[in-house]
Each structure stands twice: as C-alpha cells, then as structure tokens.
Write a protein that binds this ligand. Sequence first.
Ligand SMILES: [Zn+2]
Length: 347
Amino acid sequence: MITREVAQSIPKVSLHCHLLGSVPAATAVELASRNGVRFPGDPGVDTVYNSAAYADLGDFLSLYDLIGASLHQREDYRRITYESLTLFGADHNVWYREIFVTPQPSPLPYRTALAGILDGMRDARTDTGIESRIVVAINREHTVTEALSLVEEVIEHRVDEVLGIGLDYQEVLGPPAPFAPAFALAEKAGLNRTAHSENGPPAHIEVLLDELHCARIDHGYHVVTDQRITRRCADQQVPFTCTPVSSDIGGYSGSGEGSHRRIQQMVDAGLRVCIDSDVPPMFGTDPSNDYRAVGNALGYDVAQLVTFTANAIESCWLDASDKDTLRARLASWTAGAASHHGTENNT
Ligand SMILES: [Zn+2]
C-alpha cells in the first residue's frame, strides 16, 4: 500500500504538466475576475474545477482556454508559473519539470508571457530548488499556419530555457501529419519535439516518430492495441509520459474505472513509462496522487515508482551533465531510503 506520505517522499521528474492546467482554483477565479473573463455558471473557488462537470475533453479545454485568456500581464504569468512549480511541484518532491506552455489563449505577446514564465521559474528555484525548462505547445485545433508562426516566434525569441515544442489539444480535431512542416522548422532550429496522442489510432504514434520526428509521446496508452508498434517503441525505448488520474477521468486511459490496466500493459511490454499529473487541480490530483494511484491500482512498490522517475530522467531534454547530476541524486536518495528501511527492519 502506497500511502500519500510515501508517494510524496518519492523524487519526481515531471515531463507532462501544463502551465495553464496547474493554476490553483483561487488564482484562476481571482485572475479571471480581475481581467474581465467570465467562467460559465460563475463558479466560485470550490466549484471552478468540477471535473465531473466536464462533458468531454472539449468542454474541459474551453475552461482551460478561459484560464489562458485571464492572463493579461507579465506578473500573471510569473505568479501561475511560481504556484505551479511550488504547489504542484516542489511540494511533491518534483526535482525538475519541463513545463508545457500553451501561449495562444492569452492576449499577451509570446515574448511577454515568456518573460513572466522565466520570472516564475527563477523565483521558484530560489525558494525551493526546483529546476525547470519550457516546452512550447502548439494548439492542434488551430491551423498549420498558426503552428508555423508560433514556432517562428519561439525561434525569434529563443532563450536557453525553451528546450522544445509540443502538440496539444484534441487529436481527433488535429491529426498529427499536417503539422510536419512546423515540426521540421523546430527540428532545423535544434528544438526537441514531443506530441500528445490520447485517442489514437496507434498508427498516429508512428506518424509522430517518423514524420514529426518526436522524441517522446504524451499519453499514448493505445499503443498496446498494436503489438508491432508496441515492440518497436520498446526496442527504441520511446518515452511515454502517462498521466493516470486525468486520463482515466478524461476517458482516454483505456479503462476509465481506475484500473490503469493499459499502463500495466505498457510497463509489462518493456516500454519506457513516465508518470505525471497533467493538469493537477483541474482533475483533483497532484504529482504525489498520480504516483499513489498507479502504485495502488497496479500493486507497485516504491522501487517500481522510483523507476518511473528514473525513466523520466532518461527521457528529459537536459544536457548530459545535468542528467548525470539527476541520476546521481536519485541513486543517493534510493540508497538512503534503503538504509532507512533496513534500520527499521532491524529494530
Ligand atoms: Zn497533457
């Protein structure tokens, strides 16, 4: 049994957490009211994130867009970045995060949003030690032209903290292949690439690997419905950034009843699985809760949960020496945890 305390104590590396989806409810309500944005039904702090009320992924994304539309100043971005990295990061022993940033719903220019995010990353690091970088995510429900201009902006305002690009929003409304030119532009500029694939078909995973040249797949549970693609991804050790709780509630985990059986199939098939919390307050979760949920549903012990963190270290886009530092830190934590348990067993 993985308790909340144990789950919280396990070090984490976060590769699938969205900035706009990790705004605490009180902050979301405050920024919306200050900046003249109205949420449907005028919910309060207790009701704004009622995941049972999201009829589908589209319904959830409209609220997500309104949160983005509530960001009107550089300081708003600083604040939500800081709160995301502390309340849904360092507080859960997240050592490092590659933050998904979707700039489109905010009226602010990309460079102003970026400046605010960098402020928040710096402040969170000063106060808690959490390290972070940025992955700028394209909205696949918008046009390919818009995707190309976003990548051009990212290149124009290039900073070391932006490590790559992603592809977000509903896969059914934005199949991956048409975005190949935007991904090619990013690749040419030396940006890393990842993309969401939550509904499939599994063939889309091969489009992401072969046409968009993605290094990671976000979600991708449907991979296990195709044996050949599963084997290929296991052979190539393609990372999958899984988010158990949000995917289960959102109805694309392959079960929807908390069994997380596809994650088990992925682990058993030798795939490189990482665990994260996606849009934590919007689905009533947090990084510790996702580790706990998958651990308890699948009977995983602390060692297996630490393997998810080790997988995320191998899959992140830091350079080799920073990855070595994380590996060494995790090895030292594991040795410390083992000797702690050894002492307990001896007394
Ligand atoms: Zn996501």
